[in-house]
Each structure stands twice: as C-alpha cells, then as structure tokens.
Write a protein that binds this ligand. Sequence first.
Ligand code: PLP
Length: 305
Amino acid sequence: MHSGHLPRQLGLSLPSPLQRFTPDWPGAEKVTLWVKRDDLIHPIISGNKWRKLSQLLAENASTAQHIVSFGGGFSNHLHALGWCCHQLGIEFTALIRGNYSASPTPMINDLCHWQANIRYLTKLDYKKRDDPDYVEQLRQQYPQALIIPEGGSQQSALSGVQALLEECHTTFDQIVTPVASGATMAGLIAGSNESQQVLGIAVLNGVGYLENLVAQFLPETADRRWQILHHHHHGGYARTSSPLLDLCEEMRQRYAIPVEPVYSGKVFFAVKQLLAQGYFAAGQRILLLHTGGLQGARIDPQGTS
Ligand SMILES: *Cc1c(COP(=O)(O)O)cnc(C)c1O
C-alpha cells in the first residue's frame, strides 16, 4: 500500500536523505555508519510519525471527516497528525494527558493555530486510552470520527515504516532505532531480511514491557533478529543527563545533525558508547534511523516546563 498523492499534497520531501556519518568517535573507524534523515521529511511532521500515519491517512484522507487521537503535551504524534488534518480539511480532536490550559506548550499552541479541538484528560482517564469500553464511549461521543491510538501505533503503521527501508539502496547489517511504543521498531523488523539485525534503544525504563509491545505487532512465527538495549534511557522517558545534552549539542555543532534528548539523542549517545565498547563487529554496516521529533524539544514560552 503506497501513500499515493498525499506526500505531494502535504509538501513532503521523500525519499528522505540517506547520509554517511563519520564521527571521530573511538571505534567508529571500524564500521560504516549511515543516518536515514527522516527528520528532514518535513519541518512540521516529525519523521517516524509521518511513516506511522502514512497508510492510515492514504486510506482515509478523502473520506474521514473527523480524527481523534491521544498524546502528551509535547506529543510529536499529535503535532504531525494535527497539521495533516489541518492541511487536509479534516476536523481534529486532540485528547491530551494532563491539563495545560494555564500554560499551553508550543505543541498545543500550534494545534490551536490549526483549529484543532483540544480536550484535556486527567491522568486517570488517559490511562484508559486503550481500554475497549473507554474507546467505545469515545466512539459514541464522536460517531463520525476515526479514533487513532497514541503515537499512531497500530498495525497499519508497520507498512509505512517499512517504506523507509525500501528507500535505501544500500544493505545494512544493523538497523538502530529508538523504541517507545514499539511500532517503529516492529516496522523495521517486518521490513528487514534474515541477514539483518534490528537494534532498539529503549528511551524509557521498560525491560520486558517494550519487548512485548514490539512482539504484539509481529507474527508469532517471526524469527528473533532483534534486540532492545535498556541501559541508555538516562533515567526514563524524557529524562536527560548533562552528558546526553552535551552530545545533542555536539551532534548539532559538529555534525550538523540536530537531535533532541527524548528519542534521537539517546540513540546517538548509545551508539557512541557501543562503538567505544566494540559492540559492533568490525566491518559492519550500520543504519541509524533519525526519527525526527525536534518540535518536542521546544521550550514553552512561559518557561513553566
Ligand atoms: C514517537 C517517537 C519515537 C518512538 O517511536 P515508537 O514507534 O513509539 O517506538 C521515536 N522518535 C521520535 C522522534 C518520536 O516522536
């Protein structure tokens, strides 16, 4: 399933660039590194969020009247989807975890600008976002709407992620990606071949939990050519450390690859450590997926977050 004319309609630059990456990091000289710059697909739509939404939007863009979805106050998913809906003339309702009405984030301000309906959910209600009874209740409230899970992470997300591998006319031994809801990693596993390994960098504290999230999207018979590393989350989701922030700065200044500390920064930091430890076999060809997400790192104007 291809996304048809939508990329042009939305002004996306596809395929995204595949760049060689040659940092002067210890161990980097033994392998070949590439970065798939999905952060450059579009200034507003963050990389992997477009990939995950592409099939769903291609199937529904001309018929959907209203889309409802979930996310946090800095959500890259709500941001990407809100903008797509605005461009496509589809009503959009964002169900946001927590109440930011007193100090909306830059992401929420953008959504307002794009005429989205904003609804703040208590953290307790937000927890029910995948609960079938709760979703049924929402369906009754929004009978015309397409309800999309948090992060756009559903089965149809995988084919859009696979498409990014089809754009690469090079072969890799390892494909490295951040993991949060697992759909991006599952798409990479589905799109890779037997001779490739997919390496996930957990961006939150979730040993076992993240493996289950990834596996739920894959056929039970899928062979286990993938692994998630759990020592690179810097204390949990959206937690940072000063070495991580320094690395984000180094990536921007020295290598002209802007990264943020929630997802892509953790991947580059992890790779730098793994190279130093000799984790990768000499001669390996390694693809780092830059999943975008720079909007989520904006500071809110009131400085309250
Ligand atoms: C959402 C997001 C991820 C995580 O992707 P999952 O499919 O949820 O694992 C990684 N990077 C960025 C920039 C994101 O916005």
